[in-house]
Design a protein around this ligand. Sequence first.
Ligand SMILES: [Zn+2]
Length: 290
Amino acid sequence: MAERREVSDSKQTQPDDRAQAAQCSELSRRRMLHLATKAGTAAIALSSVSTLGGCSSSAQKLIKKKGGALGQPIPADPITYTRTPSPVYRPTYTPPTKTPEIKTTLPLSSIPSFVIARTKWTSATPKRWLADSMTTIRRITIHHDAIMPVPTGSYADSLRRMNLIRRGHLNNGWADIGYHFAIDPSGRIWQARPLELQGAHVKDHNPGNLGIVVFGNYEKMRPTQATLNSVNKMVAYAMQRFNVPLTNVHTHQELRNTACPGRFLQEQMLRTRARGGKLALAVGNQASHS
Ligand SMILES: [Zn+2]
């Protein structure tokens, strides 16, 4: 789900994870060097420094596999799920060995041919004066809209959902739909807010953040395979076009205290980003986590 707050959080960006890790690693090296030098064993210290691997990180909790088929509603309540702190996603980032096919010359207004252009489904234009502009994309965040029932998958039903979300977000006083893209149960990908406008979907983390919403409530049902395929397709495309590392592909609950995008979509997002997962493979298996 999107969170309230359209503008003015541009200075509250998240510290860069890799920068933080590098800083941490550097401190460790300095401390080792200092201690070793103090003991008069500088030569030993230097060889030790080269073997340091930086700070340790907690292991990624594995999500327990649950039964049931994709796309099938989960049996009725009681829902026993209680929200616990999100599993922390900390893949070990390794730069890709080959340069991805980055289409840096494309303007942000350009969208790929597999996306339904905004102009195809609405003649309305965003209230651009209410949104900050976005010039650089450096992270991607996945959401669900938490609305039940899930659309049938028909074009007409999904079109109604797009307009429903748009009206709701305009009523928040926002420029338009808070997300940049939406994915329906048939796997259609809809353009929502133009990329040149900053999104309104993760409070305090909107600058440079491309927002993708999936129709449905994934606390209560499982995503369809068509949905998951399109999530992978859209995210892989955006990662390569904007040079976003897998470490900067998030779900809403990994950035804020929320159940979004729901336990069943969260589980799939953990799986697809893991080494050997579909998204990781699509972008060259550039990340892994245990
Ligand atoms: Zn969300």
